[in-house]
Write a protein that binds this ligand. Structure first.
Ligand SMILES: *Cc1c(COP(=O)(O)O)cnc(C)c1O
Length: 471
């Protein structure tokens, strides 16, 4: 069998047989390290055929299969076929996108794709600047840097010492924790982050946001950025984006909307109104590698203030090829990366193959299964703890609220059996609840029935053995 036939066979087998595989393996680092040391000393060469078989066996056995329809996890999707083909082609031609003139086709494919998503944001693509990123982390970091460059142009040369007063960022405890990293990477330090309290529904309390901005200003600090999340990681909740935009405008703050996961709801005309106000953001994070079912990493960054982005990322030099025209950007000069792979091809091919309506159908189907899960949980006596129309379902039980059973005691047997994968989260830093996200376009009602069976049997097990000592 040729290497290509072998690959083709594995692609079919893996995708067809995925439901039969355990979602998550139990394996220790020691086992993996011993196995690798035994088989791969990097001294005696291995044929590509053998190597391929070994890697297939290794990855199959020791991976949390996020493409499994019963992986109800952290926004990691099942991968549709165009994404596989695209990543292979990107590797084959290996276009270098850093300068437009080195990869004209690749750069224009990305631009064409990004402009589609830009229009869904309600923006004029001609007035915006946008790029693919490694993921949401890089996109959020880009937003922070653009906001800094916009508000404090002097910081480009002088660094933060050039800024009179302490720059501050407003977000909530439900915002993504990539902002901790971004704040440190920007040299601001995590001390620049101000947590705005959330309402009973775990979204930003905009009344408190306004009071905090006023108080900080009186104190002489420099509030410059507010982050609103459209689809929080914990609870799939959407901050009041239009209200945040209004306050940001009145106090002269940059508004960054982190729609890493939830942005894809814009593809559905039914769900789109939930994100009203995102069109008022100065910059937006939107990951394709979450709800759009393409392989990692494919984030997207959009900004309505091109001059700030240019200021943040420009790097004049003499060795890079020059750009062919004023209406063309060289990605290395307007993004955080230099060498740049063709990230956008998998998004381009997936979108072109399914079409906008095809995607809307997938998004709405997953949202519908989220609704089914909420209903079935309630019917089985569980309590839904978050209120959202997006398919993240946080739930608890009287037995958990009363302290008879912990979320850990539910998760342990669920992980041991490996039929489904769910997690837990402390919503709003308050109670610990269980969390299940419909993250695969392949998930169907039989999978959520299985989820209910699993948590019910785990609960029975925990009640029968309150100390958790086992048989
Ligand atoms: C996942 C996520 C991020 C981080 O994105 P990566 O692609 O993992 O780097 C940021 N914000 C939100 C809301 C997310 O859900």
């Amino acid at each position: 069998m040729s290497i290509w036939e072998r690959l083709e066979q594995e692609i079919e087998r893996f995708r067809e047989g995925i439901r039969e595989l355990p979602v998550a393996p139990e394996v220790s680092p020691g086992t993996l390290r011993r196995e690798l040391e035994e088989h791969f000393d990097f001294v005696s060469p291995v044929t590509l055929e053998d190597l391929t078989d070994q890697v297939i066996a290794f990855l199959r056995a020791y991976t949390v299969h996020v493409t499994h329809p019963r992986y109800f996890g952290l926004f990691n999707p099942s991968v549709r076929r165009p994404g596989l083909v695209a990543d292979l082609l990107a590797a084959l031609y290996n276009p270098q996108l850093a300068a437009w003139s080195h990869a004209p086709a690749a750069n224009e494919i990305e631009r064409h794709t990004l402009r589609f998503f830009c229009r869904l944001l309600g923006w004029d693509p001609d007035a915006a600047i946008m790029n693919f990123t490694s993921g949401g982390m890089e996109a959020n970091f880009s937003g922070l840097l653009a906001a800094l460059a916009f508000h404090f142009p002097e910081s480009g040369a002088e660094g933060l010492r050039g800024i009179p007063g302490k720059p501050l960022v407003f977000l909530t405890a439900e915002s993504h924790h990539s902002f901790l990293k971004a704040a440190r990477m920007a040299g601001l330090g995590t001390g620049c982050l101000r947590e705005v309290p959330t309402t009973a529904g775990f979204t930003m309390d905009t009344g408190r946001l306004e009071t905090m901005i006023r108080e900080e200003r009186k104190r002489g600090t420099r509030p410059f950025l507010v982050v609103g999340t459209a689809g929080t990681t914990g609870g799939g909740l959407i901050d009041p984006l239009a209200e945040i935009a209004d306050i940001a405008a009145r106090y002269g703050l940059w508004f960054h909307a982190d729609a890493a996961w939830g942005g894809s709801a814009l593809l559905s005309s039914r769900l789109r109104p939930l994100l009203a106000g995102i069109e008022l953001a100065d910059s937006v994070t939107w990951d394709a590698h979450k709800w759009l079912s393409v392989p990692m990493g494919a984030g997207m960054f959009f900004c309505r203030r091109p001059e700030a982005v240019v200021r943040a990322f420009a790097a004049d030099n003499t060795y890079m090829p020059s750009r062919p025209g004023e209406d063309v950007f060289d990605p290395y000069a307007v993004t955080a990366q230099w060498s740049r792979r063709l990230t956008g091809l998998k998004v381009f091919m997936s979108l072109a193959e399914a079409g906008e309506q095809g995607y809307a159908g997938l998004i709405e189907r997953q949202a519908g299964i989220g609704e089914d899960l909420r209903r079935m949980l309630r019917e089985a006596g569980w309590i839904v703890a978050n209120e959202t129309r997006l398919p993240v379902v946080c739930f608890t039980h009287r037995d958990i609220r009363s302290g008879r059973v912990s979320t850990r005691r539910i998760l342990e047997p669920v992980y041991r059996r490996g039929r489904v994968w769910i997690s837990d989260v402390a919503l709003g830093g308050r109670e610990k609840v269980l969390r299940a996200c419909i993250t695969s376009y392949l998930t169907d009602d039989s999978d959520i029935e299985c989820l209910i069976e699993e948590i019910e049997s785990a609960r029975a097990e925990a009640l029968a053995d309150p100390a958790g000592v086992g048989e």
